[in-house]
Design a protein around this ligand. Structure first.
Ligand SMILES: [Zn+2]
Length: 71
């Protein structure tokens, strides 16, 4: 049963296909601390669920913002 919903695109997914921002703990930069702060500003917490496509989008967006913030 598809009982999990992506907060961004609102599509339904299987629980196992859902991602959270906690996966950003494993990327080298920006730091997870920075990522959490960035997503809080967007109204996103560690408990929100997203599909893979939306997570990839957020990953790119946040990395871009991180790079801009260093200039
Ligand atoms: Zn989505």
């Amino acid at each position: 049963m598809k009982n999990a919903q992506c907060k961004k695109c609102l599509n339904k997914f299987h629980q196992k296909d859902i991602y959270t921002i906690q996966q950003f703990q494993y990327r080298k930069s920006p730091s997870y601390k920075w990522s959490v702060k960035y997503f809080v500003k967007l109204g996103i917490t560690e408990r929100d669920s997203f599909c893979e496509a939306c997570m990839v989008e957020y990953s790119k967006e946040s990395e871009k913002k991180w790079n801009e913030s260093k200039i």
